[in-house]
Design a protein around this ligand. Sequence first.
Ligand code: SF4
Ligand code: SF4
Length: 447
Amino acid sequence: MTKDAFIAAVRDAGIVGAGGAGFPAHVKYAAEADTVIANGCECEPLLHTDQHHMAHGAQAIARALAGLASATGAKRGIFALKSKQREVIPLVREACAAFGLEMALLDDFYPAGDEQILVRELTGRSPPPLGIPLQVGCIVTNVGTLAFVDAAVQRGSAVTHKSLTVTGEVKQPGIVRAPLGAAMIECLALAGGASAKDAVFILGGPMMGRVIADEEALRQEVVTKTSGGLIVLPRGCHLHLNAVQTADSMRRRAAAACIQCRTCSDLCPRMLIGHPFETHKVMRAFGSGAELGSEAGKLAHLCCECGACEHYACPMQLSPRRINQAVKAALRAANTAYDGPRDVREEQGAWRALRKIPVQRLAARLGIARYMSLATPDLGEAAPAAVRIPLRQHIGAPAEALVRPGDRVRAGQCIGEIPEKGLGARIHASVDGTVTAVDSAVTVKAG
Ligand code: SF4
Ligand code: SF4
């Protein structure tokens, strides 16, 4: 297959990064690289979605990675997963052998699946501050994304469904498959519902996911191309309390309790790959209300929001990650960009091997250790009566709707097109049915 045909298949299928922010894959794959990496490292504790993809489609993922290597001119194709994922290692090994790929096994540390950390682990190169792996010759792509790529290239299938881990305080944890636009509450129902009386929910993983206050709020949330997990936790748990702190409270606590020990900086994965980032300086600036007018405040731009500082490093249980988020938002609103150094400081990596955060210990700190060993069998597929498919499930501009209320659609039919000259991704119907509304999403009544 030619590169143009490969990219066209990915574009037509509406594929975006399935494990992260949803960058349109046809744009990412259009580059040239020397190394392409399939990321099966399942960064977040409790999530088993990548493992599920590898268990059910190691050959397909490897075939797609080989296709990506060919399209980008890469000499190396590396299939990365963790050595703890014992059940799938033989499958991945066999698939790698079949398609001439390398297999790399990583230890169980956080955040092994962060693409910059993964590139550093596998190639010894660090992408520059605010940079991307391509700047050091690498493309990293999630195994779930590659499963979509294979379906697009082999069968012309569009992205219509997503698998996600539903776990925590549920009656039956497991992997749920759902059409895009299905209400998250339907995924919860497939897992038997919440087993905690007064539950809160996390969309995504415990470290970087978004906390949803209650079941009523969960009813408004739908499955998208970037959904990977739904975690149910008791109200008042550490993760819930951390998420609901107000900016005022975070500022007061930063001013009163930050002892400038710099442990947050010393354990920061970005600092440890050589970025000139010292988050304790952001804390100092924020605590004194000087974050917008200081050089220290601008460092917040370098934060990838992994949460290692606030959920593991800080002895005072402060919130550097949330503070960096808030400072970044304020800086963007004030049109203040990062203008500091962009070099990689190799000497900062000297302690990196000794400062990797073991996931089991991290889970204990998060108060979620008791969910770590829950089995996550396949729970089947949600079959909602209606879906509400957002026209923007990706980085870039929303897709332009191609349908109107009253139209009949078939699953897999393109219902949203990429705006001309815009960055974006196509959107497809996820069920057969009738369009009932079109606004920022296309609502389809199944049937
Ligand atoms: S680890 Fe906590 S107390 Fe220490 S400098 Fe960072 S925010 Fe302050
Ligand atoms: S969240 Fe914390 S540990 Fe992660 S990059 Fe930002 S400052 Fe560093």
